[in-house]
Design a protein around this ligand. Structure first.
Ligand code: MN
Length: 593
C-alpha cells in the first residue's frame, strides 16, 4: 500500500476505544505482500474490463479511505474499510469507470470520518467529490426527521448531474444488505423494506438487472426468510431440471443452425424473487417456476424475428403469450422478444430472444455505457434512461419539502407505466393518465391551453383514461379553430382537472398556473407561506433544508425583526433578498457561537 504521505489534507481516522485482542493479533500477523494487497482483486477486475485504467489513482483513494476509517469497525466486527472496498468491487464488476471506483472507496469518509468535502475536492478533484457528496447523508442533528427524505432528494438531484451517484448508492445498499445479518431483526426489516420501496425500483428504472436480481433476492431473504428457504430447497432439489434444459437448448441450437441464424442458446434461470412473485400471484402451494431459455443472436434486430419463426415452427406457441419489446421497449428501454411455447413432454417453456447489444443493456442497463464506452460520448449524462430522471427533476422547483418530494418519487416509482403515441412519437405516462397528463408531458403550454383530445381517431373527454398503445391527438385553443366545432373556453387549465390528472408533473403545473394567476392583493398569510417557500427553495440551491422553524426564528430575532412572520413577508416584498437571508442562516447554523 503506498500512502502518498505529503498529499492528504487530513490523515488519521477516528479512534476506537476497545479493540479486541484477537483482532489486534490478526492485524499484527498479517504482513503486506503483493498477493494480500487489498486493492489487488479490485484492480484486476477493473483492468479486465478497462485495460488502460489508472490503478495508482485507485490505490491513492484506498490509502486515504483506509487511514480515515482506521479504528472503525462494522457491526460484524470487520474493519470498516472492508465495506467501501466491497462497494468498489461491486462497481468494478458492473464495469464502471475509475472515477466511480475512487468515489466508491471514499464514499463514507465525509459522512463518518473527519475528512471534509473540501479536503476530498483538493485531493481527488471535483468529479469524485460530487459523487461522494451525492451519497453523503444529511446530519440528523440539523435536519431532524426530514433528514432521510432530504437525503434522497439530494441524491436524486446529484444524480441528475451525474448518474454514477445512483450506481454507487445502489452498490452501497447491496453490500449493506448482504451483510445485514449482523443487525437486529427490527432494523433488518426496516432497511429491507426501504430498499424494496425506493432503491429496487430505482435500479429497475436504470435497467441494471444484474444488480436488481441480487437486491430482490436479498430483500426477500430478510423479509420472507421462510419463503426464501422453501424456494432455495425447491431449486436445489429438482433432478430433471438440468437435463430438461440441456435437451431444449440442444434442440433450439439445431433448428437455428438449420435456418442459418448465428446465435448463442443458454438456460436462463429465474431469480428467487421472481419465482416467489409468480408463486404468490398464482396461489401455488409449491414454488412455481417454468423452464426458460435465452437466445442471443449475433446479427441485426431482424434476426430475432427469424429466430422466433424457427422456434415457433419447432414448438407450438401458447396463444397470447408473445410480447415484442423490440418494437415497443419497456420504459427502462429493455428490449427483447418473449414467447411461451409447449416444449418437449408438453411442458410449458419460456423463450427470450434478443441481439447481443440488447442482452448487454438488459443486463447492465445504464452501466453498459460505462462498461462499453463509446468515444466522444459522456455516459454520465447522455443516456436515454435519464429521461425519466429528468422528468422527476422537473418537479423539483415546484416541491417545497423533501417529504413531499419523496412521496412523489415513491408514487412515480410504484406506478406501472403505459406508452401512448402522440405527435408521431411514443410517450411514457403513469398508468391511468388522461389526455391532460399527456398534454402537460408535451409541454406546459400544450397543457395549459388544451381543449379537447382524440383517442384513436375519436373525440374523447379530457378525463378519459388512456390505455397502452393509444394514439392520441391533443387540441389546444389555437388549433381548435376550424378543425373542431368547439366553443372557445377561457384560456388556462380548469380546476376540475386536478381531480383526474394522474402524473405529479401535471398536478404541479396546474397548481403553478393557479398560483401565478391569482387575484392581485395577496394576503399576509399567503405572503408568509410564500416567504417560507422562497427560503426553502433558496436553501435547496445550497443543498440544505430546514426540519423546523427554529433556526429561522433565531435569525429573525438576531436580525431585529419582531417575529418570524415579519421576516418572511420582507422576503416576499423584497425588502431583503432571500439569498442574503439564506447566507445568514447557514452562517448562523454552521458557526453557532
Ligand atoms: Mn456505505
Amino acid at each position: 500500500m503506498d500512502v502518498d504521505a505529503g498529499h492528504s489534507a487530513a490523515l488519521g481516522g477516528a479512534r476506537s476505544t476497545e479493540i479486541p485482542l484477537s483482532r489486534r493479533l490478526r492485524a499484527l500477523l498479517s504482513w503486506p505482500s503483493a498477493e494480500d494487497d487489498p486493492v489487488t482483486r479490485l484492480a484486476r477486475t477493473h483492468r479486465s474490463i478497462h485495460p488502460g485504467a489508472d490503478i495508482a489513482a485507485l490505490r491513492r483513494s484506498y490509502a486515504i479511505a483506509e487511514s480515515m476509517h482506521r479504528g472503525q469497525f462494522r457491526k460484524s466486527g470487520d474493519a470498516y474499510i472492508t465495506h467501501p472496498l466491497a462497494v468498489a468491487q461491486i462497481c468494478a464488476e458492473l464495469g464502471m469507470d475509475t472515477v466511480t471506483l475512487m468515489a466508491a472507496l471514499l464514499h463514507d469518509t465525509v459522512e463518518d470520518t473527519r475528512y471534509t468535502l473540501q479536503a476530498l475536492t483538493s485531493d481527488f478533484g471535483p468529479e469524485v467529490a460530487h459523487l461522494v457528496d451525492g451519497v453523503t447523508k444529511f446530519d440528523k442533528a440539523f435536519y431532524g426527521k426530514a433528514a432521510e427524505a432530504e437525503t434522497i432528494r439530494k441524491m436524486i438531484i446529484a444524480a441528475g448531474k451525474d448518474v454514477r451517484v445512483l450506481i454507487i448508492k445502489l452498490a452501497d445498499r447491496l453490500h449493506n444488505m448482504r451483510t445485514l445479518d449482523a443487525r437486529s431483526p427490527a432494523s433488518r426489516a426496516r432497511i429491507a423494506r426501504a430498499t424494496q420501496e425506493v432503491l429496487v425500483p430505482l435500479c429497475d428504472r436504470l435497467g441494471i438487472q444484474k444488480l436488481k436480481r441480487e437486491l430482490d433476492d436479498v430483500v426477500l431473504r430478510h423479509l420472507e426468510p421462510e419463503a426464501y428457504a422453501r424456494i432455495d430447497e425447491f431449486v436445489n432439489n429438482r433432478p430433471d431440471w438440468e437435463p430438461y434444459h440441456n435437451d431444449v437448448v440442444n434442440q433450439a441450437r439445431v433448428v437455428l443452425r438449420r435456418d442459418k441464424i448465428v446465435a448463442e442458446v443458454k438456460a436462463r434461470p429465474r431469480h428467487y424473487y421472481s419465482i416467489w412473485k409468480d408463486t404468490v400471484a398464482g396461489n401455488h402451494s409449491v414454488p412455481f417456476d417454468l423452464p426458460r431459455i435465452a437466445i442471443v443472436v449475433d446479427g441485426p434486430d431482424t434476426d430475432c424475428y427469424a429466430a422466433l419463426g424457427s422456434i415457433h415452427c419447432l414448438w407450438r406457441p401458447v396463444p397470447g403469450r408473445f410480447k415484442d419489446f423490440i418494437a415497443a421497449p419497456k420504459n427502462n428501454l429493455y428490449r427483447s422478444l418473449h414467447t411461451t411455447v409447449i416444449g418437449p413432454g408438453e411442458r410449458t417453456l419460456e423463450v427470450l430472444i434478443r441481439t447481443r447489444a440488447m442482452d448487454r443493456s438488459a443486463e447492465y442497463g445504464i452501466a453498459a455505457d460505462f462498461r462499453y464506452p463509446k468515444p466522444g460520448v459522456n455516459a454520465a449524462t447522455s443516456t436515454k434512461q435519464l429521461d425519466w430522471l429528468r422528468r422527476v427533476l422537473t418537479w423539483e422547483p415546484d416541491t417545497i419539502d423533501g417529504a413531499q418530494f419523496l412521496q412523489s418519487l415513491r408514487c412515480d416509482l410504484a406506478e406501472t407505466q403505459i406508452q401512448v403515441f402522440a405527435e408521431g412519437r411514443p410517450i411514457i405516462l403513469p398508468a391511468g393518465s388522461t389526455p391532460v397528463d399527456l398534454a402537460y408531458e408535451l409541454g406546459t403550454d400544450r397543457g395549459d391551453h388544451c381543449l379537447a383530445a382524440k383517442i384513436n381517431g375519436r373525440l374523447a373527454p379530457l378525463s378519459s383514461e388512456l390505455e397502452e398503445g393509444d394514439v392520441v391527438e391533443i387540441f389546444t385553443e389555437s388549433d381548435a379553430h376550424g378543425e373542431l366545432d368547439l366553443k372557445v373556453a377561457p384560456p388556462g387549465p380548469r380546476r376540475e382537472w386536478l381531480r383526474f390528472v394522474k402524473s405529479p408533473h401535471a398536478q404541479m403545473q396546474i397548481n403553478r398556473w393557479f398560483a401565478e394567476h391569482q387575484e392581485p392583493g395577496i394576503s399576509i398569510s399567503d405572503k408568509v407561506r410564500l416567504g417560507r417557500a422562497t427560503i426553502g427553495l433558496t436553501l435547496r440551491k445550497h443543498n440544505r433544508g430546514l426540519a423546523n422553524d427554529l433556526p429561522l426564528r433565531r435569525l429573525a430575532e438576531m436580525q431585529g425583526y419582531p417575529d418570524l412572520e415579519t421576516l418572511l413577508v420582507a422576503v416576499v416584498d423584497r425588502t431583503v433578498e432571500p439569498d442574503t437571508v439564506v447566507e445568514q442562516l447557514i452562517a448562523m447554523v454552521d458557526r453557532p457561537e
